[in-house]
Design a protein around this ligand. Structure first.
Ligand SMILES: N=C(N)NCCC[C@H](NC(=O)CCC(=O)O)C(=O)O
Length: 445
């Protein structure tokens, strides 16, 4: 048997609302609000547990160390101890503190692009950590992401690549702009890359206000590195209009799995062509559900995160299940649409709502929080790290969060030197729980 395993990012102890992402409406709207790292992590764990209880294969990816001292040292801050480095930053460049303290690595849909073994030339599963070059606070994630992926996916079945060259030309945001279609997970599939703009061909359309975070050239480089067949790879451009409306990743406006794509009619520059290309590469075994702007206006799609849902095939159930954020209940057009969905499109016959308010306030819904990795039963069994969510791992992680996480974090709390020590103590213990080895820089010094 082969499965699509959802690896969810465990939300880190410094989760805060930094207002760091230009073009991400929720991040800007909630800047400087008091956050609750504890609630955030527990909300994420509840979603993982619910999916595991449905019979889905569910796993967890650990958070990164924050505040991230190696970046500060790289930028010239010195100090005998790491606390001294922080003091120097607070005194001379306080704006950097929230950049290196964000728990943004929780949105693991941006951690990497993953191509399963059945799609690649050498029969291995390929990983390319995303360089996340568009936003400084996210550009510091790739190294730790790479450590984590290498610690979990060990052995000859896996091929780990370096992130693409940093900078705007090959700006890459990972799986949030990548969807894999197939019949069965273990069979050859079609990999669908959606980009915001071409960086080397300035004559192509691009957004006027907000950045296009994924370039065509980055997506093409990944397809080459992963050894994908050209007749099983589709590239499509996002509609610049949606980027300017706050759709900073394609997974905010479309979601797909197996043979089904669920999307907003404005998602792509040329939707008709995209659909026919997908049909052709899938040899006709492909279906799509298009949501009209007259039913769910773009603005409502962005505020509710309807398309940042997880589309699942649940064991023992026919049809698809949609995992949507609780915000979908509050936006009238979206609620009306979802209520009518199972009747109108028999493919999607279950809708489950989840409270992910803490992550949502930074623009991260259910789909942002997970990285999908196709794995065989044998690969799952051979994984040494204790990352698959059993009842006991769930209980242990919940207890760990309750013991280590703060109930509240204000922007000023980032100045508290105790936060560094607390976070490290928590993460050090977590590596024991997950049996994952020393993945953090502070564990290597
Ligand atoms: N769509 C997907 N797959 N992921 C959502 C990522 C949200 C993230 N927000 C942030 O990084 C905001 C952090 C802050 O403002 O504190 C981002 O913009 O990159």
């Amino acid at each position: 048997m082969t499965f699509e395993v959802n690896f969810d990012g465990l939300i880190g102890p410094t989760h805060n609302h930094g207002g760091l992402s230009f073009g991400n409406v929720a991040s800007n709207k909630h800047a400087a609000l008091t956050s609750s790292p504890k609630k955030a992590a527990l909300q994420g764990l509840e979603k993982m547990k619910a999916l595991a209880d449905m019979g889905m294969k569910q796993a967890v990816l650990p958070p990164h160390e924050r505040p991230y001292i190696p970046t500060l040292r790289e930028l010239g801050f010195q100090g005998e101890t790491d606390s001294d480095v922080l003091k120097e930053v607070v005194a001379s460049a306080p704006y950097l503190l929230k950049q290196v303290s964000s728990a943004s690595n929780m949105w693991v849909a941006n951690a990497a692009t993953v191509s399963p073994f059945s799609d690649t030339q050498n029969g291995k599963t390929h990983f390319t950590p995303a360089n996340l070059s568009s936003m400084f606070h996210r550009s510091i994630e790739a190294k730790t992401t790479s450590n984590i992926l290498k610690a979990i996916f060990q052995g000859d079945d896996y091929s780990h690549h370096e992130p693409l060259p940093a900078g705007e030309y090959f700006s890459d945001e990972g799986a949030a702009n990548h969807t894999r279609f197939c019949q069965e997970y273990g069979q050859e599939g079609v990999e669908f890359f959606v980009y915001g703009a071409s960086r080397f061909n300035p004559n192509t359309p691009k957004p006027a206000v907000f950045p296009a975070r994924q370039t065509l050239e980055a997506s093409q480089a990944i397809a080459r590195k992963h050894g994908l067949s050209s007749n099983k790879t589709v590239f499509a451009q996002q509609n610049p209009i949606v980027i300017d409306a706050g759709v900073f990743h394609n997974d905010v406006i479309a979601v797909g799995t197996r043979d089904l794509l669920f999307y907003h009619e404005l998602a792509f520059l040329d939707s008709e062509q995209v659909i026919s290309q997908l049909e052709e590469s899938m040899d006709g075994h492909f279906q799509s559900i298009k949501v009209a702007d007259s039913e769910v206006p773009l603005k409502d799609a962005v505020s509710s995160y309807l398309f940042n849902s997880q589309l699942l095939t649940v064991p023992e159930q026919t049809g698809y299940t949609l995992i949507v954020p609780g915000e979908c209940m509050k936006v009238e057009s979206v609620k009306t649409y979802l209520d009518s969905l199972p009747e109108r499109h028999q493919q999607i016959n279950q809708v489950h709502y989840f409270n992910l308010e803490q992550s949502m306030r930074n623009g991260g819904g259910p789909a942002c929080l997970r990285l999908r990795v196709v794995m065989s039963q044998q690969q799952i069994e051979q994984t040494k790290a204790n990352v698959f969510l059993t009842d006991s791992l769930y209980q242990e992680l919940k207890d760990w969060v309750n013991r280590h996480y703060r109930d509240e974090l204000t922007p000023d709390d980032l100045y508290d030197p105790a936060l560094l020590a607390e976070s490290r103590a928590a993460l050090d213990e977590l590596t024991q729980i997950l049996n994952i080895g020393p993945i953090y820089d502070f564990q290597k010094n």
